[in-house]
Design a protein around this ligand. Structure first.
Ligand SMILES: [Zn+2]
Ligand SMILES: [Zn+2]
Length: 455
C-alpha cells in the first residue's frame, strides 16, 4: 500500500521554509544555539547542585527529623520523591567518579547522560563510560548502559551462585571433647548470624551487668571475657534459644512484638523513680516506654510491694479500632512535615498516662521514625487553637509544612551564566554535541568490546 499519498512539498528545504517564513531561518538557528548553550550552562550548574547535595548528605544535614536526604530535598525544593532520590544517588555516585563529575561540571555531558552512566560506572570503568557518553546521543548511552547492566547482572548472578554453592559448616570434635566450628556463609546469611551473635552478646553483657550490680561493686574476681570468648558464649545462647523455642521463627506479628513492663508512675512522669524493662530484662528509657505505650495493647497488672502479682486486668488497646480508623482517615499518613509515610502509629499529643484523652483532637498519626523523634529526640508537636499541628525542633524552632521559597536573583539565567563564566567555563552551542556521525549503534558489539567481563 502506498502511504505517501499526501500532497506535501517533497524536499526538506521547502518544509523548513513553510515552518519559518523566508529570512527567519537564521533566527531559528540562533534560537537552537541558544537552547543548546543555556542547556550546557544548566548542566554545569547542576554539577554544582549535586556537589552541594553530596556535602549536605555527608554531613547528615537532613537528619533533623527527616528520614533521608531525598525526603528533605523533596520537602525543601519541592522535587517529587523519585527525582529527589535519583539526585541523591547521582550526587553520591559522582563522589567517587571524578571524570564524569568534571564532564558534567564543564557542560560537556548532560545530566541525563551522567544519570544513566552512574548506574553502572565504577572507578575502573569510568574512563570507558566517559568515552561512550562523549561519543553517543542520550539514547545510545541509555541503551549501552542497559546492556552493560545485563552483563553486570550476569556476572553478579554467577558470583551469587558460586557463593551459595560454596556454603558450608564444618563441626568436628577434638580428642579432648571440645568442638571446632568452621564455615563459610552467603553474605545475607552471614549478616543474619552476625546480627544474632551481636544481639546474644548484648543480652549476655547486659545480664552480666545487672547481676554484677546486684552482687555489689566489691566483686571484681570475674574478668571481662575476650571478644572471642564472648562470641562463643553468644553462639551457645543462640543454640539454647533456638532449641527452647522449637526452631520456629513465629508469625510476623509475634516476631516483632515487644513486651515492656513499666511502673505506672514512670509512664506519667519519666523523672519519677521506677523501672521500665523489656521482657528479657533489658532496661529501656522512660521516654522509650512512653512511646511504646502511646499506641499499644495494654495489660495492667498490680503487684504488691514485694513484687507478688495481685491482679491482672483484661487486655485493651490504647486506641480502640474505630478511633484508629477515624485517625487514619483524617491524617492519611505521618503528619511530620515532609514525611507522608502512609501508615503510622497514633501519637497522644498529651500522653494518656499524663491524663491526655484518647480523642481525635489529642491524636496525630506519626510514622515509626517520627514517633521516635517526638518521644526520644526532643521534637515537639502541639495542636494550635485553629486545629493545625505545629512541629518544632528540639531547640524550639518551628518546622513549617512548606518551607519558605528561596530567593532568586532578578535574572536567574544571567546569574548562572555569570557564575559559570567566573569559573572560567567557556560554554557554547556545541559543548555537549556528541561525536556520533549517524552510524548504526550495535549495542551487543559495544558491550563485547567495552565491558571488562565480556568475552
Ligand atoms: Zn506517642
Ligand atoms: Zn514520618
Amino acid at each position: 500500500m502506498d502511504i505517501c499519498a499526501l500532497d506535501v512539498p517533497s524536499t526538506e528545504a521547502s518544509v523548513t521554509d513553510m515552518l519559518a517564513p523566508a529570512g527567519s531561518i537564521a533566527e531559528v538557528d540562533r534560537l537552537g544555539d541558544e537552547i543548546a548553550e543555556l542547556s550546557a550552562h544548566l548542566d554545569a550548574a547542576t554539577a554544582r547542585l549535586l556537589d552541594l547535595i553530596r556535602g549536605f548528605d555527608a554531613k547528615g544535614g537532613w537528619n533533623n527529623g527527616f528520614r533521608s536526604c531525598a525526603e528533605w530535598l523533596s520537602w525543601r525544593v519541592s522535587l517529587d520523591l523519585g527525582a529527589a532520590r535519583e539526585k541523591v544517588r547521582v550526587a553520591r555516585a559522582l563522589g567517587s567518579l571524578p571524570r564524569l563529575a568534571q564532564a558534567l561540571a564543564q557542560g560537556e555531558l548532560s545530566y541525563a547522560k551522567v544519570r544513566a552512566l552512574t548506574r553502572v560506572a565504577t572507578p575502573e570503568s569510568e574512563e570507558r563510560l566517559l568515552a561512550i557518553g562523549r561519543a553517543g546521543t542520550a539514547e545510545h548511552v541509555e541503551r549501552i548502559v542497559r546492556g552493560w547492566r545485563r552483563m553486570d547482572r550476569k556476572a553478579e548472578a554467577l558470583d551469587a551462585a558460586r557463593q551459595h554453592a560454596g556454603r558450608a559448616l564444618h563441626v568436628y570434635q577434638d580428642e579432648d571433647g571440645t568442638v571446632t566450628v568452621r564455615g563459610r556463609l552467603a553474605p545475607e546469611v552471614g549478616a543474619l548470624l552476625v546480627k544474632a551473635l551481636a544481639a546474644a552478646r548484648e543480652a549476655l553483657y547486659q545480664r552480666a551487668r545487672v547481676e554484677q550490680a546486684e552482687a555489689g561493686p566489691a566483686d571484681v574476681s570475674a574478668e571481662t571475657p575476650t571478644m572471642e570468648q564472648q562470641q562463643a558464649d553468644a553462639l551457645a545462647l543462640l543454640a539454647e534459644t533456638a532449641l527452647h523455642h522449637g526452631i520456629d521463627p513465629g508469625a510476623p506479628g509475634e516476631r516483632y512484638q515487644v513486651v515492656v513492663h513499666v511502673d505506672a508512675p514512670v509512664l506519667a512522669d519519666p523523672d519519677l523513680p521506677g523501672q521500665s524493662v523489656l521482657e528479657d530484662g533489658v532496661r529501656v528509657s522512660a521516654e522509650t516506654s512512653q512511646r511504646l505505650a502511646c499506641d499499644a495493647g495494654r495489660v495492667v497488672m498490680r503487684h504488691d510491694s514485694d513484687g507478688r502479682l495481685l491482679e491482672i486486668g483484661a487486655r485493651t488497646r490504647t486506641i480502640p479500632p474505630a478511633l484508629r480508623r477515624a485517625l487514619q482517615h483524617r491524617d492519611r499518613g505521618c503528619r511530620f512535615p515532609g514525611c507522608g509515610v502512609r501508615f503510622g502509629q497514633g501519637h497522644h499529643i498529651r500522653h494518656w498516662a499524663q491524663g491526655g484523652p484518647t480523642t481525635l483532637s489529642n491524636l496525630a498519626l506519626l510514622c515509626r521514625r517520627h514517633h521516635r523523634a517526638v518521644h526520644e529526640e526532643g521534637y515537639q508537636v502541639a495542636r494550635q487553637p485553629d486545629g493545625e499541628l505545629q512541629f518544632r525542633r528540639p531547640n524550639g524552632w518551628p518546622i513549617p509544612d512548606v518551607p519558605p521559597a528561596a530567593g532568586v536573583p532578578g535574572d536567574p539565567v544571567q546569574a548562572i551564566r555569570e557564575r559559570n563564566e567566573a569559573e572560567g567555563l567557556v560554554l557554547g552551542a556545541h559543548t555537549a554535541t556528541p561525536g556520533w556521525l549517524g552510524e548504526r549503534l550495535d549495542v551487543r558489539y559495544a558491550i563485547d568490546v567495552l565491558h571488562p567481563l565480556a568475552r
